[in-house]
Design a protein around this ligand. Structure first.
Ligand SMILES: Cc1ncc(COP(=O)(O)O)c(C=O)c1O
Length: 355
């Protein structure tokens, strides 16, 4: 393993995440799903901004930003992009400037990640009703050109930070996980731009060859995920100076737990409620609610091996909880108690107190 460890450690990174993240047992949820051992890898606690998987990827992406002497980072995403907000946080932490190209439906107010973007002072160009990846990328290139003409040194970071370098963050994460739980596990993760899934697959093949990596897509078809993930695996392995070791089977990605990016699902809402009530664990409606819904369905269908630890990779995304209407269960009693009338003659004890 020595030279592999060395190859991984030799790739430049900047420290942005608090690592290792905790691995937490969730016994009531395991019992609810009929699983032997269920653990949550708390990458929502990576510590950058409000945590999440992007911190691990950005450690590698920002090493390149610094190596190239860039002074402003431009990136793209949907309105509630965790990647965009965390990129803004990373840029500020390293003393750099940041610009965001975001897209989606008209926003009435800046909530969730949009609030974080504004706190980080990230200038935003918002493509109304257009979060198509090609439109976002074209608008980013345009902005990068303008910045260059102004004499700046911009760095364009692709959607999700899913570069071959960024995926190495999840190669490291699998090494970290193997040290915590052993080399035989089944890990379930949300899949968006595929960097996390690619890094996890490569990392598992390198550091935990008996492990199974299950992806739950939140936007793309399984076929699209497989194609992009395979490319990233090759490119990331090349950065380590190796050919990717062969995998025991095909990549495993399920695409039936989303109804479009950011569209809330009933199974996702059930997963969010169940985790909150059984374990005090928070999930978000765009990513982790859906990946947990996938885990629930696979467990209920007997498609997870009850004898091997199951690890839910909590990839973060919690700011979205505060921006997505309908994520809260409106059926829980919420009783408004009218203010009691003041006793006759007034209540001298209350006078002058703030309400
Ligand atoms: C909270 C959260 N989970 C999962 C993902 C998926 O990660 P990736 O884009 O590497 O596939 C993302 C990013 O899109 C995310 O923000």
């Amino acid at each position: 393993m020595g030279s592999l460890d060395e190859a991984l450690d030799a790739v430049d990174r900047v420290r942005l995440a608090s690592l290792p993240t905790p691995l937490q047992e969730v016994p009531r949820l395991a019992n609810h799903l009929g699983l032997g051992k269920l653990l949550v890898k708390r990458d929502d606690l990576t510590g950058l901004a409000m945590g999440g998987n992007k911190a691990r990827k950005l450690e590698y992406d920002f090493a390149r930003v610094l190596a190239l002497g860039s002074d402003v980072v431009v990136t793209v995403g949907g309105a509630q992009s965790n990647h965009a907000a965390m990129t803004a946080a990373a840029a500020r932490r390293l003393g750099l400037d940041v610009r965001l190209v975001l897209g989606g439906p008209r926003v009435a107010s800046r909530r969730g990640n949009l609030l974080l973007d504004s706190l980080f002072g990230a200038e935003v160009r918002y493509l109304l009703d257009d979060d198509d990846n090609d439109s976002l990328a074209a608008a980013m290139e345009e902005w990068v050109g303008e910045l260059r003409r102004e004499g700046r040194r911009p760095y364009a970071l692709p959607i999700g930070g899913s570069t071959p370098e960024g995926a190495l963050g999840y190669v490291r994460a699998m090494r970290e996980l193997a040290a915590q739980v052993g080399t035989s596990f089944q890990v379930v993760t949300a899949v968006g731009s595929c960097g996390t899934f690619a890094g996890s697959n490569l990392g598992a093949r390198l550091f935990a060859p008996e492990a199974r990596v299950v992806g739950i897509s939140v936007s793309r078809s399984a076929r699209q995920v497989e194609a992009r993930t395979a490319e990233l695996i090759e490119e990331s392995a090349a950065l380590l100076g190796i050919a990717p070791p062969p995998c025991a089977g095909p990549l495993e990605c399920h695409d039936r737990f989303h109804e479009g990016y950011g569209v809330p699902t009933e199974s996702g809402a059930e997963a969010i409620r169940t985790c909150a009530r059984l374990e005090g664990l928070l999930l978000d409606p765009y990513y982790t609610g859906k990946s947990m819904a996938g885990l629930f369905a696979l467990a209920r269908a007997g498609l997870l091996d009850a004898g091997v630890p199951v690890v839910f990779l909590h990839t973060g995304g919690l700011p979205i909880l505060f921006a997505a209407d309908g994520a809260v269960d409106e059926t829980v009693p919420f009783e408004t108690v009218p203010r009691r009338p003041a006793p006759p003659g007034g209540d001298p004890g209350r006078q002058g107190r703030p309400a």
